[in-house]
Write a protein that binds this ligand. Structure first.
Ligand SMILES: NC(=O)C1=CN([C@@H]2O[C@H](COP(=O)(O)OP(=O)(O)OC[C@H]3O[C@@H](n4cnc5c(N)ncnc54)[C@H](O)[C@@H]3O)[C@@H](O)[C@H]2O)C=CC1
Ligand SMILES: O=C(O)[C@@H]1CCC=N1
Length: 305
């Protein structure tokens, strides 16, 4: 099975590196594309031994599974560009924030097999967490194909599409909150006299250890927390400060904000797409519904939103 990545940025690279590290995929199985202006990203991929190209259509031609790994506003542009080269034996996997399966399907040939995934960057060290949802035209076995790929880079689970935005708020964006927590814990250690490098190691191992205990003991995190907090000991004093600062509430708010941002991104992309692809621009060729590929917006080539 050949797997292609349209987009060679941070998330595509995390997936590719994790997949190669798993030993389940050889570099010859993988191909990635990116525009010429982003050659350094493709060079990073090339150094991993995988094939690279500036031509997205080449990726679809050469791949059985095609990951759309571009920024959300570019997904439809890219989907429309590759639509004529898609056949029923190809599986399209979007990892884009907010973009629904239905909106991608609407730009691809009828009955196109589309999967939406929300991965996260710890895939690079094979400790990722990915949730995915299967489109209505997917074949039996497509869920297994996606699971087999994603499980080489960490935990993978199929969910209904309505849960992909909440997943984004938690595990998609979550590594960024946890990196911040590691940095802040290290700062605390440094403030109290630890050398920076030691503080960073202790902070990272503390999160890793806590996460492993939750996963491996099956105990409720509240019970594990209680085991750390001795009566009148150091931990309950610290916890009191965290509770006064609404530690839990802030994390809940963060997940909610990222989830809503995911929903809004899908909605915004849909609105702008409605404006850009007027129905008369859509032509039918060889049974495929195609739209003209969009010129790169020179002021915003990366599709920032
Ligand atoms: N970074 C993260 O932690 C996560 C990102 N995602 C999603 O993954 C997607 C990519 O995000 P990142 O990798 O962070 O962004 P990035 O900016 O690092 O990478 C985007 C890639 O798209 C390429 N690109 C731009 N225009 C293109 C075109 N017309 N054709 C082909 N490639 C093109 C760029 O050259 C670059 O390689 C986004 O939709 C994002 O929502 C999902 C989960 C986590
Ligand atoms: O922040 C973002 O937009 C992407 C999607 C989830 C994680 N990173």
């Amino acid at each position: 099975m050949k797997i292609g990545f349209i987009g060679a940025g941070k998330m595509a690279q995390a997936l590719v590196r994790g997949m190669l590290a798993s030993g389940r995929f050889s570099p010859e199985c993988l191909i990635a594309s990116s525009p010429k202006r982003d050659e350094p990203l493709l060079n990073d991929m090339k150094k991993l031994g995988i094939q690279t190209t500036n031509d997205n259509v080449e990726v679809t031609h050469k791949s059985d599974v095609i990951f759309l790994a571009v920024k959300p506003p570019l997904v439809r542009t890219v989907a429309a560009e590759v639509a004529p080269s898609l056949s029923k034996d190809k599986l399209v996997v979007s990892i884009a924030l907010g973009i629904t399966i239905r909106s991608i399907e609407s730009l691809l040939p009828t009955k196109a097999r589309v999967v939406r995934v929300m991965p996260n960057t710890p895939a690079v060290v094979r400790a990722g967490a990915s949730a995915y949802s299967i489109g209505s035209a997917c074949h039996e076995g497509d869920s297994d194909i996606v699971y087999d790929i994603l499980s080489t880079v960490g935990y993978a689970v199929e969910v209904p599409e309505s849960l992909v935005d909440p997943v984004t708020g938690l595990s998609g964006s979550g590594p960024s909150y946890m990196f911040c927590a590691i940095e802040a814990l290290s700062d605390g250690g440094v403030k109290m006299g630890l050398p920076r490098a030691l503080a960073l190691k202790l902070a990272a191992h503390t999160l890793l250890g806590a996460a492993k205990m939750v996963l491996e003991t099956g105990q409720h995190p509240a019970a594990l927390k209680d085991d750390v907090q001795s009566p009148s000991g150091s931990s309950i004093y610290a916890m009191h400060h965290l509770e006064k600062s609404a530690f839990r509430g802030i994390l809940i708010d963060a997940v909610e904000a990222a989830c809503n941002r995911s929903k809004d991104t899908g909605d915004t992309a849909k609105q702008s797409e409605n404006l850009r692809y007027h129905i008369t621009d859509i032509s039918f060729q060889h049974g495929y519904r195609t739209a003209p590929s969009q010129p790169v917006d020179e002021a915003n080539p990366d599709g920032k939103y």
